[in-house]
Design a protein around this ligand. Structure first.
Ligand code: AMP
Length: 457
């Protein structure tokens, strides 16, 4: 059997690869208006970064990382040799830790400086059980703002995400924005204790995993998919009743900013998200119908302690990531289709081989002038060349025949109206030279510009 792509991965075939390019370009455009600039970090980092940044007890770090040992002799390791921290590498399961590491390493937020506003787009890797909407390699677009703790940064970040969904065609009414505050070092410990005490009271009814969570990180029990646990956790103490004054003020301000930008949201005091680094604002965007259980298309929050965790000076931060593949599923669920990648302005068809060299040269000149076009490379009959032109969606077909060429002309057929005209090739060449000339500085032209002002003959 022919080899297949690994389980949990997907090839982005040309139509989708082109849509991914469009997706990234739209993100760069919209987020650029908010001052966000691109950053590219490695797809793998020292494992320690994720352990310290995301948290050792999280599912992502404890169960889902693809980790490799590099540059060390396996035999020595099996013999009990120790693994150097630098040799323990993991494919990035998310983008924030790497970006924060880069900000600290390159001192992108010197004391008293403007916040660093950064965006990224690329593949992430999690060894999860694959299912619809859940892959082992998937693409994310994300933003991070480091160096500002103002609630306006959180609100601005959420607003631009919602604007982005609308721009790529996901209807706002098909989504639900959930927001919460996770508190801070001042108020969360007491809240955690309250949740743990509540869970201890219900230890007999909770699943084994939740009883383990009660010891390690009780808040994670809010994410348990077991229906009994979910029902019990409904009755657990709510973080919003335990926020300190500063966190409450921050949370209220975020909500006020969102309302002033007409962004609808629902408060969900059980929203904790799976990573350890969040403080204060957390949020998630879900699609309400047609996506099954993997319905989150984006989410994130504030992480004011993360820079310190990775060895930097205290630097507040806020960020989110959205999943590209889930957005495609959301578009499908909303009845939208991805536009086809192929564009074909013209097709040059040859009646026989005697005109091929001349046709080849015209095709090049038209491409240099900014048009997208094709000719036959397989010696097809004229009829099948027309079929191919039709399949490619060509706007016009230029037919090269020996008789017409002898008089310096070619036939052009408009594929929409099926009308034909004879054009003077010298005039076409003159126009092309005006449009093109410099193949690297071409101005896009159109078939209409090229053939529209040449009269019928
Ligand atoms: P997270 O970092 O878990 O908050 O993920 C942010 C977004 O990435 C989610 O809302 C999803 O849209 C997407 N995502 C996360 N994990 C996966 C996965 N395994 N497969 C596909 N998309 C994912």
């Amino acid at each position: 059997m022919a080899l297949q792509a690994p389980e949990g991965t997907r090839d982005l075939l040309p139509d989708e690869a082109k849509f991914w390019t469009h997706f990234k370009a739209t993100a760069t455009d919209i987020f650029g208006r908010y001052g966000y600039l691109p950053i590219e970090t490695p797809v793998f980092e020292q494992t320690e970064l994720f352990v310290r940044g995301i948290g050792e007890a999280t599912d992502v770090v404890s169960k889902e990382m693809f980790t490799a040992i590099s540059g060390q002799n396996l035999a020595t390791l099996l013999d009990g040799g120790s693994i150097k921290a630098k040799s323990r590498l993991s494919l990035r399961p998310e983008g924030t830790a790497g970006v924060v590491r880069a900000v600290v390493q390159h001192d992108l937020v010197p004391q008293g400086a403007q916040p660093a506003k950064l965006m990224y787009a690329g593949p992430m890797f999690r060894a999860e059980r694959p299912q619809k909407g859940r892959q082992r390699q998937f693409n994310q677009v994300g933003i991070e703002c480091l160096g500002a703790e103002e609630p306006s940064v959180d609100a601005e970040g959420i607003i631009m995400l919602m604007r982005f969904y609308a721009a790529i065609g996901i209807p706002v009414q098909a989504t639900r924005l959930l927001v919460n505050s996770m508190g801070c070092d001042a108020c969360r410990p007491a809240y955690r204790d309250a949740v743990k005490a509540y869970m201890d009271e219900h230890a007999d009814e909770l699943c084994d995993e939740c009883n383990r969570r009660a010891e390690l990180n009780p808040l994670r029990a809010f994410d348990c998919k077991n229906p009994t646990c979910a029902a019990i956790m409904e009755g657990a103490p709510k973080i919003t009743d335990h926020l300190c004054d500063d966190c409450r003020e921050h949370y209220e301000a975020v909500k006020t900013y969102l309302t002033s930008a007409d962004i609808a949201f629902e408060e969900d005091p059980t929203l904790v998200r799976g990573l350890d680094y969040y403080t204060r604002t957390v949020f998630e965007v879900q699609v309400t119908e047609g996506m099954g259980s993997q319905n989150a298309i984006g989410g994130g929050g504030r992480y004011d302690k993360l820079a310190e965790e990775v060895g930097g000076r205290p630097t507040p931060g806020f960020g989110w990531a959205l999943g590209y593949e889930r957005c495609v599923l959301a578009l499908e669920a909303a009845g939208q289709t991805i536009p086809p990648a192929q564009r074909c302005d013209f097709f040059v068809a040859c009646v026989d081989d005697s005109v091929r060299a001349e046709a080849f040269s015209l095709v090049q000149a038209m491409r240099d002038a900014g048009l997208t076009g094709e000719m036959d490379h397989q010696h097809r009959s004229l009829k099948s060349q027309f079929k191919l032109a039709d399949k490619l969606g060509a706007v016009a077909v230029v037919v090269f025949g020996p008789d017409e060429l002898a008089t310096g002309k070619a036939k052009v057929r408009n594929m929409q109206t099926h009308t034909e005209r004879l054009v003077d090739l010298a005039a076409v060449r003159t126009l092309l030279a005006r449009f093109g000339g410099d193949p690297y500085g071409v101005e896009a032209t159109s078939v209409d510009e090229l053939f529209g002002n040449l009269g019928d003959e």
